[in-house]
Write a protein that binds this ligand. Structure first.
Ligand code: NAD
Length: 495
């Protein structure tokens, strides 16, 4: 099927000379320009600027002015109103944003439109609600006072200031919303740095934010790669950093944030997430679970399952059925609504996955299916299932962030806690069984920020999300995010 026509507004948007969005307007930017490449064709579709010190200074100064001014002084209900309007605008422009996202990231158009845009609106509405529910508490004295006088205490939640949000390439809209909507809801202001591979959607959303009534300077976007991110995180005007990306970069960001001045930092990092099927799960359910956990968005989801544990009595039939399913997926243009499996998001990621395929072939891992790049334009690989026979097999421990499921057979359910926990990561895990009591007994034994039972990957704005162990520090969503964006001030009164 031919690639559908671009919407006229998308074609016009791609033609623009993109830079940054600072203090309520598009800024062309000076310095290096980065090509934005369509992963389905490997052809450039647009260019953006890379922010240097001058642009970062301007964006942080604008965020600080808005914090001291219009946004900082806005009442919670006004902040909520703007976030709700932005949710409506994102939905109204959903087709346009979905096309831009698919062109820059290779995400299936249906996933961009039906999942990412819909979730972005849902999260914005959640944070809008949170804006009017920020409160401290009153606390009764717990010890006797010095002179027998009375006292009482209360706490206040105060926004920390201008916040940096650093975003990876896999969900350029959704992860950016997690960062700026939580900042704006609490009265903070935001400077977002999207990934150098996928900055276009956020430039458009910043325009929509202005239309929604979010004042100039409250939401700024600076484009560029790691150097721009480093400058933003090191800027003395930044009161908090919210970073999502790899463990290696997260460690750099965390070190820099604590070096010289203490900047509070939330780190949402990678994972090597385990998926355990107990022997009672029917094969169709297992297959559905493996596809949901491991192969959605070509496996490029931080919470995706990569380590699969299946009882020895079931593993052969499961892998045979899985290979048949993976081999029949329609691989192709993500803009084509009939495509089931698109390209990887960028050339470095393709190179990384190709190296992992070579590693699998070199170390004798059994390649059940896939294990190769596809000979066609763009960044395509075959969805891949690997079988290893030892819990310490390297491919059971390296994050691939791609469409590679690695499978290990277990003999006894008592092995599962050690198998599930056997990595330095702890982002998410899932346990599948018809026996809910068994699943609930496993939950406290799993060291992960999220444990799903009979499901995988679904995130809900009301449910906190974040990593244990090396998968991160802090929590987003729910009510938990408030801790990260506000200073908790204690006030004590003698009377
Ligand atoms: P990455 O760490 O390479 O880059 C992430 C962002 O950090 C990009 O915007 C990049 O430009 C910026 N950056 C790079 N160096 C920087 C520095 N020194 N200082 C500040 N910013 C810097 O990650 P990626 O390849 O874009 O994304 C893939 C990784 O992200 C995977 O490991 C995946 O698991 C993780 N991820 C985690 C979550 C989560 O919620 N836990 C969600 C999505 C992705």
């Amino acid at each position: 099927m031919a690639r559908p026509d671009l919407l006229p507004e998308v074609a016009a948007f791609l033609q623009r000379a993109h830079g940054h969005f600072i203090d309520g307007r598009a800024v062309p930017g000076e310095g290096a320009r980065l090509a934005i490449v369509d992963p389905a064709t490997a052809e450039p579709i647009a260019e953006v600027a890379a922010a240097g010190a001058a642009e970062i200074d301007a964006a942080v100064a604008a965020a600080q002015r808005a914090f001291a001014g219009d946004w900082g002084r806005a009442m919670p209900a006004q902040r909520a109103h703007c976030l709700l309007r932005l949710a409506d605008l994102i939905e109204a422009h959903g087709d346009e944003l979905a096309q831009i996202e698919t062109l820059q990231s290779g995400k299936l158009l249906g996933l961009a439109r039906g999942f990412e845009i819909a979730q972005a609106a849902a999260f914005l509405r959640h944070y809008a609600g949170a804006a009017t529910r920020l409160h401290g508490e009153t606390i009764a004295p717990s010890i006797p006072s010095f002179h027998d006088e009375r006292y009482t205490a209360f706490t206040r939640r105060e926004p920390v200031g201008a916040v940096a949000g650093i975003v990876p390439w896999n969900f350029s809209i959704l992860i950016a919303v997690w960062k700026f909507a939580s900042a704006l809801a609490t009265g903070c202001t935001s400077v977002i740095k999207p990934s150098e591979f996928t900055p276009l959607t956020m430039l458009r959303i910043a325009e929509l934010a202005l239309e929604a009534g979010i004042p100039p300077g409250a939401l700024n976007v600076v484009c560029g790669g790691g150097d721009s991110g480093r400058l933003l995180c090191a800027h003395p005007g930044i009161a908090k950093i919210s970073f999502t990306g790899s463990v290696a970069t997260g460690l750099q960001v965390g070190r820099a944030a604590f070096d010289g001045r203490l900047v509070r930092t939330t780190l949402e990092l990678g994972g090597k997430n385990p998926v355990a099927f107990l022997p009672d799960v029917p094969i169709e359910r297992m297959l559905g679970g493996i596809m949901e956990a491991g192969f959605l968005h070509q496996g490029q989801i931080c919470a995706a399952g990569e380590r699969f544990f299946i009882h020895r009595s079931r593993i052969d039939e499961t892998l045979e059925a899985l290979a048949a399913t993976l081999r029949t997926l329609r691989i192709g243009d993500p803009m084509d609504p009939t495509t089931q499996f698109g390209p990887l998001a960028n050339r470095p990621h393709l190179d990384k996955i190709a190296a992992l395929f070579r590693q699998a072939r070199g170390d004798g891992t059994r390649i059940v299916c896939g294990g190769e790049t596809l000979d066609r334009p763009g960044f395509f690989v075959a969805p891949t299932a690997l079988r290893v026979d030892r819990a310490d097999a390297p491919l059971l421990h390296q994050e691939t962030f791609g469409p590679i499921g690695t499978f290990l057979a277990y003999d006894d359910e008592d092995e599962l806690p050690d198998l599930l926990n056997g990595t330095p990561y702890g982002l998410a895990a899932s346990v599948w069984t018809q026996d809910i009591a068994k699943a609930l007994r496993l939950v406290p034994q799993v060291r992960a920020g999220t444990v799903w039972i009979n499901m995988h990957t679904l995130l809900d704005p009301a449910v906190p999300f974040g990593g244990a162990k090396q998968s991160g520090v802090g929590r987003e969503f729910g009510a938990a995010f408030v801790d990260d964006y506000t200073e908790l001030k204690s006030v004590m009164i003698r009377y």
